[in-house]
Design a protein around this ligand. Structure first.
Ligand code: AMP
Ligand code: FES
Ligand code: ZN
Length: 314
């Protein structure tokens, strides 16, 4: 890409951002990326400087970029990294070693929940249950719950995940097309704690396109996993990726505009699908929409230890 950086006007431009009509050099791009994370945190009041913030890091590029950018944007922030080892042979050990390396380099404490060690199971065990063929769905429920568990162990008031602009718009569009209003509101940039003592969930990369998370990692020397999860082929988000890419080529602002319109619609959608009432799970005591929470149902399914748990897979 010919020409000089549109910000510093001295270094060569390497990154083109058509939606912002900008061409930037690596250093100015990294500053731009970090500033956008800072502005997003402030725009949605995700946390305050004195809060202890847990960051769920998977070993992937998005959450790696998130932890690094939060450290740069808020140098005094009390950060703790949280990682779930899902017990997937080869893949999970690789992810954990990347998470450990990144936390170590940034001097951030890391707390890990190891499914094998703490529960005696691995995500692959769902192959022998009604979740065969949709392991990602069971895995998502388990991960979300274990992020909460880790945030509590870490004493974090806020839990940040690396969901990026493409994830958000892809899932929003899918939920919109199918009328999954109840799931739609889970995509709010800030979700208040489900119960006292639990963490608020925030998404500081909501305005960062996936490609830019990758570029930020490359320019800042952040390592990320080199292998994909063996179970995640054809995940829901990917279905929309091609459509979004094609539309963004014709209209570079497409994803940003969709996100903004969805955020404007959120209060209306909350009116259609208000947050459900939560009681306490009979087994684990966490907030649950039924007698037994989705997490405990899934764990019981794998362990074959029903303990009065109904047999449905949902
Ligand atoms: P995914 O649902 O896999 O796209 O992940 C969304 C976000 O959840 C990531 O950006 C991370 O913040 C977090 N995450 C996913 N998997 C893990 C994991 N094994 N350990 C910690 N955080 C994770
Ligand atoms: Fe959960 Fe792959 S990471 S199924
Ligand atoms: Zn439970």
């Amino acid at each position: 890409m010919p020409g000089v950086c549109g910000r510093c006007r001295s270094a060569a431009a390497e990154v083109e951002l058509p939606y912002a009509r900008l061409r930037l050099c690596p250093d100015c791009f990294s500053d731009f990326f970090v500033s956008r994370v800072r502005r997003t945190v402030e725009e949605f009041r995700m946390f305050r400087e004195g809060d202890r913030v847990g960051v769920a890091i998977s070993g992937g590029k998005d959450s790696g970029a998130l932890l690094h950018a939060l450290r740069s944007a808020f140098p005094g922030l009390d950060l703790v990294a949280l990682h779930v080892n899902l017990g997937i042979p080869e893949y999970s050990a690789h992810c954990q070693s990347i998470a450990e390396g990144l936390a170590g380099e940034l001097g951030v404490e890391l707390l890990t929940f190891d499914l094998g060690r703490e529960l005696g199971i691995g995500i692959g065990d769902f192959e022998g249950t009604a979740f065969k063929g949709k392991i990602c769905s069971a895995c998502g429920t388990i991960k979300r719950r274990l992020f909460e568990e880790l945030a509590m162990r870490a004493g974090a008031r806020v839990l940040a995940t690396g969901h990026n602009l493409d994830d958000m718009v892809g899932i929003m569009l899918d939920n919109f097309l199918h009328g999954y209003w109840g799931q739609f509101v889970r995509l709010k940039p800030v979700l208040p704690p489900l119960a006292e003592g639990m963490a608020a969930r925030v998404k500081p990369l909501i305005r960062s396109p996936e490609r830019e998370d990758l570029l930020y990692c490359l320019y800042r020397g952040i390592r990320f996993k080199e292998i994909g999860c063996p179970f995640s082929k054809g995940a829901k988000v990917r279905r929309m990726a091609g459509l979004l890419e094609a539309a963004s080529e014709r209209n570079p602002q497409f994803r940003h505009q969709l996100l903004n319109r969805f955020l404007e619609l959120m209060p209306l959608i909350e009116g259609i699908a208000p947050r459900p009432e939560f009681s306490k799970c009979r087994i684990c005591g966490f907030p649950s929409q039924g007698d037994i929470c989705a997490y405990c149902k899934r764990i019981a399914l794998v362990k074959g230890d029903r303990g009065g748990v109904p047999s449905e897979s949902g």
